[in-house]
Design a protein around this ligand. Structure first.
Ligand code: DAH
Length: 352
């Protein structure tokens, strides 16, 4: 006969100890105080490990060896468990070992900055905002109608080749917009006049990447539709923009040009700010840099958006944000804007 019936059966003991083990594993030890409570409960002089060991006295002699092994293994389990918890919570001790001084002030995390393209885009929108232009945006994945057809570029129009287009396999009618002129169509279609908007956004063209060209870049499209809008209004608006953006010293010139969506059309150049007009690589030694295309909205475009071309007229322009940024900050390679080199970006850090 043994003193404790259940201890006569080794598997009973195993079961009991396993039960304790899962209780221990489920203990919620979250800080040093609960860690100490854990130690007292399991490893203290009146703790579970000690009282389990005491049971040895009551075990039959022939079972002592086996029971001793089980109890010892249980003791090691609890001690290891405790030690692991201790290293987690004993951070002061850890820090001292690593030579850390926790009383020192923390690291100052470096502040992020705005991307130069975003900064210049905001400047552009702000300047036109002062003239009453509201901001309008549209989708980067466009349909043929808004990107081409409604802008007076029907299917067979040769000018479609001017912009190498990325089409979307899923649907031949879908493409990545090649310009933000698509947004002027979306806005005119709403039928609310007069309309005075600037449309910022990313555009895509299938071009070989170089210092002067990229397969994606940013544009701001402008549009003003009202009764009696004239080319003089267009010129005055753009003069104002250039002076506000680059200062009074910059020179401006308009050249006749061609765009299917405007008639007449023009391109606007400003004197090269990099070489001050003397001639450099950016201005191709001409002293002038083109910054935008513009013109009077073509009557066909107005008609495509159900606007009465007899009553209303308007001007539009489209400018490249990268080009403006390059001139403003003297950046000579377009690729820098999309490489995310921190040494480049840090130079534009704005006060946030
Ligand atoms: N959409 C033209 C382009 O991406 C730029 C442009 C030219 C926009 C003339 C206009 C415009 O609104 O009138 O090359």
């Amino acid at each position: 006969m043994c003193a404790l019936d259940y201890l006569c059966l080794m598997d009973q003991l195993i079961k009991e100890l396993n039960q304790y083990k899962s209780e221990i594993a489920a203990e919620k030890v979250t800080d040093k105080i609960t860690l100490e409570a854990f130690r007292i409960k399991y490893l203290g002089t009146k703790g579970l490990v000690k009282s389990s060991m005491a049971l040895m006295k009551t075990v039959d002699a022939d079972k002592k060896r086996e029971a001793g092994q089980l109890l010892n293994e249980f003791k090691v389990f609890v001690e290891t468990f405790f030690e692991n918890l201790k290293t987690t919570f004993d951070t002061d001790n850890n820090n001292q070992q690593k030579g850390l001084d926790t009383t020192l002030p923390g690291y100052i995390l470096p502040k992020g900055g705005r991307h130069p393209i975003g900064l210049v885009q905001d400047d552009i929108l702000e300047i036109f905002g002062r003239l009453g232009f509201a901001v309008a945006e549209g989708p980067e994945i466009e349909d043929d109608w808004h990107n081409f057809t409604a802008l007076n570029l029907p299917d067979d129009h040769p000018a479609r080749d001017m912009q190498d287009t990325f089409y979307i396999n899923k649907n031949p009618d879908w493409l990545l917009r090649t310009h933000t002129s698509s947004v002027q169509i979306r806005e005119m279609e709403k039928g609310i006049l007069p309309l005075r908007i600037v449309c910022p956004g990313r555009v895509y063209r299938n071009e070989t990447i170089s210092a002067r060209a990229h397969c994606f870049f940013n544009q701001v499209e402008g549009l003003y539709i009202d009764e009696k809008v004239s080319f003089a209004d267009l010129k005055q608006t753009l003069y104002f923009f250039v002076k506000e953006m680059f200062g009074d010293d910059v020179k401006v010139r308009f050249r006749p040009s061609y765009f299917p969506f405007t008639e007449p059309s023009a391109e606007m150049d400003i004197s090269c700010l990099i070489c001050k007009g003397k001639g450099c690589n950016v201005c191709k030694k001409t002293g002038w840099v083109e910054i935008l295309g513009c013109g009077m909205v073509h009557p066909n475009v107005l008609a495509n958006c159900n606007i009465d071309a007899e009553k209303y007229s308007g001007f539009a322009f489209g400018l490249g944000v990268e080009r403006i940024t390059m001139l403003k900050y003297g950046v000579k390679d377009l690729r820098l804007f999309s490489e995310n080199d921190i040494r480049f970006l840090q130079q534009f850090k704005s006060a946030l």
